[in-house]
Design a protein around this ligand. Structure first.
Ligand SMILES: NC(=O)c1ccc[n+]([C@@H]2O[C@H](COP(=O)([O-])OP(=O)(O)OC[C@H]3O[C@@H](n4cnc5c(N)ncnc54)[C@H](O)[C@@H]3O)[C@@H](O)[C@H]2O)c1
Length: 382
C-alpha cells in the first residue's frame, strides 16, 4: 500500500471498540524500525499512521513498513481510529508528546524514560487517571521470554527468598553506532536514564519497590565525537554523568548494586544476578528479549540452564499487552506507576550522587504478574 499524507484523511473511520486496536506512532527515528517491524506483524493491532516533526522521516518509515498514513503529530492525533499512540520521540520530548496524546483522548505507550523529572511524571499519571486513559512504558524487553522465565523461576522459589542483586552495564558509549547520539549524553539520558530503565525495572520486578538509594557518579570526557552516519566526525557536549554506581535498598529488605557506564573501553554488560537464601539466578541481559536463565545453589553443583520460555518477538510486546488489556479490561503489565517509580529511582540516584547523601524514594508501584509462558503475539485474539 502507498502511504497517504494524513492531511487527506485526518478524520479516520471512527473509534473501534472491538477488533484490532488502532495504533499511531510519533517519532520515526532509529528505534521506530524495530517497533514497526513487530507491530505490523501482530494481528491484534493495526498500525494506521506515523507522525514526526520531520515529515520526510514519517513518510519514509510509512513507505518502508506499509503504514497507510503519515503526517504531523496534530494530524495523527486527530484520527478517530487510533486508540494507542506510541511515543518514540527523544526523552526531552516525552512529557509534551505524551501529554498531547492524552489530551487527544488516546492511550499512551511511551519509550523510556517516562519523562525526565518526577513532577512531569506525576502530572502525566494524574492526567491519564482523570481521563480514564492508560499509560504503558518501556522497557518491554522485561516482557521477553528471557527475563520473564527468570522472574518466574524467582517467583517459584528457585533461590529461596531473594536477598540481594548485582547488575552491570559497561560500554564505551553509543556515539560509535548511533547516527545522532548527542541526546544520549544530555538530560534524560546518559547511562543512568538510557540503560538504567532496563536494569532497574528488572530489579523492581524481582524485589519490589525501592526504599532508598546512595550513589557516586563521574564524567570521563566532556566532549565526544559522532562515529557513524552523515555527521560522523562532529563533536558534541556531554552534560550528564557517564559512570554511575548506585546501592539500592528495597522495601522488602533486599539490596542491590547497580553499575551503569559509558566510560569503559571494555564491554561488560547484561549482568543481572539475583542472590537468595537458597541460591543464585543469573538472568539474561535485561536489554534483550531472549537468553537462558542460569541457576546455581549453595550445594555446590554446576550451573543449570533454563531456556527462555515465551515470546522473543521484540519491541512492541508491551504495546500489544496494553492493546489486549484495553479490550479485555485487565490491567496491562508495564504501567505508568512502575515507570514513574523507576524514574524516581533514577532521579534519586542523580541526587544521591550529587549530594553524597542517602535519598529516600517516596514513590511506589504495583508489581505485575509475569506473562504466561504461552503469550503469543502472533495470535489473533481480538
Ligand atoms: N535507538 C535505540 O537503540 C533505542 C533503543 C531503545 C529505546 N530507545 C528510546 O527510543 C526513543 C527514541 O530513540 P531513537 O534512538 O529512535 O531517537 P532518534 O533521534 O533516532 O528519533 C527520534 C525521532 O523523534 C522525532 N521527534 C523528536 N521530538 C519530536 C516531537 N516533539 N514531536 C514529534 N517527533 C519528534 C525526531 O524527529 C526523530 O525522528 C528514546 O526515548 C530512546 O531512549 C532507543
Amino acid at each position: 500500500m502507498t502511504a497517504q499524507d494524513l492531511r487527506a484523511t485526518a478524520t479516520g473511520d471512527g473509534p473501534a471498540g472491538s477488533g484490532p486496536v488502532g495504533i499511531g506512532i510519533i517519532g520515526a527515528g532509529t528505534i521506530s524500525a524495530q517497533y514497526l517491524q513487530q507491530l505490523t506483524s501482530f494481528p491484534d493491532v493495526d498500525v494506521l499512521a506515523i507522525g514526526d516533526l520531520v515529515p520526510e522521516a514519517a513518510a519514509s518509515r510509512a513507505e518502508e513498513f506499509g503504514v497507510p498514513h503519515f503526517g504531523t503529530v496534530e494530524e495523527l492525533l486527530a484520527r478517530e481510529d487510533i486508540e494507542i499512540v506510541v511515543n518514540l520521540t527523544i526523552p526531552a520530548a516525552h512529557f509534551d508528546v505524551s501529554r498531547q496524546i492524552l489530551a487527544a483522548g488516546k492511550h499512551v505507550w511511551t519509550e523510556k524514560p517516562l519523562t525526565t523529572d518526577r513532577e512531569s511524571a506525576a502530572e502525566l499519571l494524574r492526567i491519564a487517571d482523570e481521563a480514564g486513559l492508560r499509560i504503558g512504558s518501556a522497557p518491554d524487553t522485561v516482557l521477553g521470554a528471557g527475563i520473564q522465565t527468570g522472574l518466574r523461576a524467582v517467583r517459584d522459589g528457585e533461590i529461596g527468598t531473594p536477598k540481594s542483586g548485582l547488575t552491570i552495564f559497561q560500554v564505551p558509549g553509543p556515539e560509535a553506532w548511533h547516527p545522532n547520539p548527542a541526546f544520549l549524553f544530555q538530560t534524560g539520558a546518559g547511562p543512568l536514564y538510557d540503560l538504567g530503565p532496563y536494569y532497574l525495572t528488572t530489579l523492581v520486578l524481582a524485589f519490589g519497590p525501592v526504599a532508598s538509594v546512595s550513589a557516586v557518579a563521574s564524567t570521563a570526557r566532556t566532549t565526544r565525537t559522532i562515529g557513524s552516519g552523515p555527521r560522523a566526525g562532529e563533536d558534541f557536549d556531554v552534560t550528564v554523568p557517564t559512570q554511575v554506581s548506585a546501592l539500592l535498598s528495597f522495601d522488602s529488605g533486599a539490596n542491590a548494586t547497580v553499575l551503569l557506564s559509558f566510560d569503559s573501553a571494555h564491554v561488560h554488560q547484561g549482568v543481572a544476578e539475583l542472590y537468595g537464601t537458597e541460591g543464585t539466578v543469573a538472568l539474561p541481559d535485561p536489554n534483550v528479549f531472549d537468553g537462558p536463565t542460569r541457576h546455581i545453589t549453595y550445594r555446590g553443583e554446576e550451573w543449570t540452564e533454563k531456556p527462555a520460555e515465551g515470546s522473543v518477538a521484540g519491541r512492541g510486546l508491551g504495546t500489544l499487552d496494553l492493546a489486549r488489556s484495553i479490550r479485555t479490561g485487565a490491567p496491562h503489565r508495564l504501567q505508568g506507576d512502575l515507570a514513574a517509580h523507576v524514574l524516581d529511582i533514577m532521579v534519586s540516584i542523580d541526587e544521591a550522587a550529587e549530594d553524597g547523601e542517602i535519598v529516600q524514594v517516596a514513590s511506589t508501584c504495583a508489581i505485575p504478574d509475569p506473562l504466561p509462558a504461552d503469550f503469543d503475539p502472533t495470535a489473533r485474539t481480538l
